[in-house]
Design a protein around this ligand. Structure first.
Ligand code: GLC
Length: 724
């Protein structure tokens, strides 16, 4: 018998249920707080894991109770939300996704894991992989944006970064892919709201990131709070047991979301908490986060025959297996012994430098009428707005161990970068308040300046969980401030801090430049200054479509065709009578200080079989004297398939560095397999027929080059055979 079998054989029912119970230690508040005295519960063997606790001493103190004062000395699992850095805060995931750089995505997760592990954390509730196409939903900030391919590559990179090559290594932490699945499709963008998507959309859009996470060896999965097609994810046996475990082959630990098991009666699928516990356990949820329902109600569920002891043992086994894989039975304090590593400069410095690099690269230049980069002879700049000198806001949502005091503000960054400039500052208004008394003074500062940098947007707590916005524009009286500043007549560079695309078409049309900075973390101010001064050529690209107005939502690049596509000349076509159908900015949009043109897209062969690699080439020319890095996207559209295919499906992208005036032919390769679609049985097939391939610098159709290819039926002929 192995360690776990031996333990299971010795465990009482109460001890087993204790291992399925994750209590909160309350160092951070990420949901309704219950005053569970964790210490007593641990000592009594009623708790197997703690969340929202970090720090060498604190975790060691609780671990000591578990391994020295309980009968079986089973070590605790410490979990926390390490979403975009731990002590070093990186840009929020939606911003980082805009790098379109899996290698960097992995590096930031690795750096976060080193810091988190040293603080005693063994499990992070990340990566968050909810594909989101609705900026009303505050958690769009936490994920990889709207595209399933980006989500899948993001998932793989983050799991590898967090878990490293060996889960038992002192600097590895177990990753939790969350929230399985489709929470981003909540009706009306309302947090925790019901989701109703077709199985096809579920499989084509929301599942791919989780498939990738499982294939990357993700140790844990967290179901979403939401119901999908009427079944809450926490008790969704078809999706958790049949799809996730059987079809995708996930054999790790499933941990509920915060209090989610206790919320099953609220969903209306359980008459009482014993039923709720049974539904969740039978669906495959192993660990109960915070609700305490497993520990309190599974005995009754057992007595009522709603569950069997084998169901409980299966869950306990998966929890203990994760602890064993993490090396906790060998050394319960293994993580905190690594804490000395993080303090060493050769460890701390790279994280800081990486944060600065990612922050620069996450900044997305949306419009520029020539005022950026800032002219070298500028001498008087007015920095205006409530987000200009707001260090804590730069952390963004889900920064547990981050410290606002470490963040460089935009004002600080600009003053450091432009010592020869007279830089005045006025907040003008608060971020969310309704007072306007200081707007006049701010306008006066603008009148004395040669250029205004207007720093507006959301506060960190306006996105992330429970932060849905029905009217996601500039909060408070910021628009009044912006209108006044724009009215002064001095050129205005608008810098937007937010966790989501904001509805600011009016500002985009009037500002002389518009820059999306999202929430950039520790290095925010220096990164913004580096981009605005031109020391860094902006390379960020939108991982999510930016709507013109909230009425366009959901709006995304991979839409299926309408029966009558929008045609301004055709009254009976799919359009709004009061707005364009196009977004304000397309998926993939982002300007640089260079000017790059694409020409002459061509394919090596115009016909292919499923086993072929499709080879394409395109000429890329840097028409400017500025070195740049461009992201070239490749989309496909299957013109006639067994189901209506999205008009633009992202199939790959390439990052291309170009010297000034450089012209280059870029090769793009595409496995024909990636053009498969799901047939009526949801099996991937390559259906014969024509495909349009599109290549461009974003999903803006006006900018795309295209070529048409044909998929042939049957296997590729062997070498030497006549083409059939
Ligand atoms: C929250 C979030 C989840 C997080 C958990 C623990 O409710 O939904 O993403 O990991 O609780 O903080």
């Amino acid at each position: 018998m192995n360690l776990i079998d031996k333990l299971l054989a010795r465990m009482t029912l109460d001890e087993k249920l204790g291992q399925l119970n994750m209590a909160t230690a309350g160092q951070a508040v990420t949901g309704p707080v219950r005053d569970d005295p964790a210490t007593e519960a641990i000592r009594a063997g009623k708790v197997g894991a703690l969340l929202n606790l970090w720090g060498r001493e604190a975790t060691a103190r609780y671990q000591k109770i578990a391994v020295e004062e309980t009968r079986l000395a089973i070590p605790l699992l410490f979990g926390a939300d390490v979403l975009h850095g731990h002590r070093t805060t990186f840009p929020i995931p939606l911003a980082e996704a805009g790098l379109f750089d899996p290698q960097t995505w992995e590096r930031t997760a690795r750096a976060a894991a080193v810091e988190a592990a040293a603080d005693g954390i063994a499990l992070t509730f990340a990566p968050m992989l909810d594909i989101a196409r609705d900026p009303r939903w505050g958690r769009i900030a936490e994920g990889p944006g709207e595209d399933p391919l980006v989500g899948a590559l993001f998932a793989e990179a983050k799991v590898r970064g967090f878990q490293g090559g060996d889960l038992a290594a002192p600097t590895s932490i177990a990753a939790t892919a969350k929230h399985f699945c489709a929470g981003g499709a909540a009706i009306a963008g309302l947090e925790y709201g019901a989701v109703d998507v077709s199985e096809r959309t579920l499989r084509e859009v929301y599942l791919p990131p989780f498939r990738a996470a499982v294939e990357a060896g993700c140790a844990a999965i967290m179901p979403a709070f939401n119901s999908v097609a009427g079944i809450p994810m926490t008790s969704n046996a078809p999706l958790l047991r049949d799809c996730l475990r059987r079809e995708l082959g996930f054999d790790g630990m499933i941990v509920s979301d915060y209090d989610a098991i206790a919320e099953l009666p609220i969903h209306g699928v359980a008459a009482d908490l014993a039923e709720a516990a049974a539904l969740a356990l039978k669906a495959g949820v192993d660990m109960d986060m915070v609700s305490g329902v497993y520990h309190a109600c599974l005995p009754e569920a057992l007595a009522r025959g709603l569950v069997g002891l084998d169901d409980i043992d299966a869950a306990v086994r998966r929890v203990l297996t994760l602890k064993r894989r993490l090396g906790l039975f060998d050394d319960p304090y293994r993580h905190v012994s690594a804490s000395s590593q993080v303090a060493r400069p050769e460890v701390a410095r790279p994280a800081k430098e990486l944060a600065a690099d990612v922050a620069r690269r996450a900044i997305t230049l949306l419009t520029n009428r020539g005022v950026l980069p800032l002219a070298a002879d500028l001498r008087r700049i007015a920095v205006i707005g409530p987000l200009a000198d707001a260090p804590a806001e730069m952390l963004g949502p889900w920064s547990l161990a981050g410290e606002g005091s470490r963040c460089v503000t935009i004002l600080q960054g600009l003053r450091a970068a432009l010592p020869h400039c007279e830089i005045t500052f006025a907040a003008g208004v608060s971020a969310k308040g309704h007072e306007e008394g200081e707007i006049a003074a701010a306008s006066d500062l603008c009148a004395k300046a040669e250029l205004v940098i207007l720093c507006v947007g959301e506060t960190a707590d306006m996105s992330g969980e429970a932060s849905s916005r029905a009217a996601p524009g500039l909060p408070g009286r910021q628009r009044a401030l912006a209108e006044a500043v724009l009215g002064v007549g001095v050129p205005v560079v608008a810098v937007i801090s937010s966790g989501r695309p904001l509805m600011i078409a009016w500002l985009a049309e009037r500002a002389h430049a518009l820059v999306a900075t999202w929430f950039l973390g520790d290095a925010a101010g220096h990164a913004v200054a580096d981009v605005l001064t031109g020391r860094f050529n902006p390379t960020g690209r939108l991982a999510v479509t930016w709507p013109r107005e909230v009425g366009q939502i959901p709006i995304f690049h991979a839409a299926r065709a309408a029966a009558r596509p929008a045609d301004p000349a055709e009254p009976f076509s799919s359009k709004y009578i009061d707005l364009p159908v196009e977004p304000l900015f397309s998926f993939g949009h982002g300007l640089s200080y260079a000017r790059v043109t694409l020409r002459n897209l061509r394919a090596a062969r115009n016909e292919f079989f499923r086993r072929d690699r499709i080879e394409l080439k395109i000429d890329v020319v840097n028409q400017s004297t500025t070195a740049t890095e461009e992201t070239i996207f490749l989309f496909a559209h299957d013109l006639a398939a067994s189901s209506a295919r999205p008009l633009l499906e992202l199939k790959s992208w390439a990052k291309v560095a170009l010297a000034p005036r450089e012209a280059r032919t870029v090769a793009l390769a595409l496995p024909a397999e990636s053009l498969c679609c799901l047939n009526e049985n949801f099996k991937p097939v390559l259906e014969p027929g024509e495909f349009d391939i599109f290549v461009g610098l974003s999903a803006d159709r006006k900018s795309l080059l295209t070529t048409r290819l044909r998929a042939l039926a049957g296997p590729a002929p062997r070498d030497g055979d006549a083409a059939t």
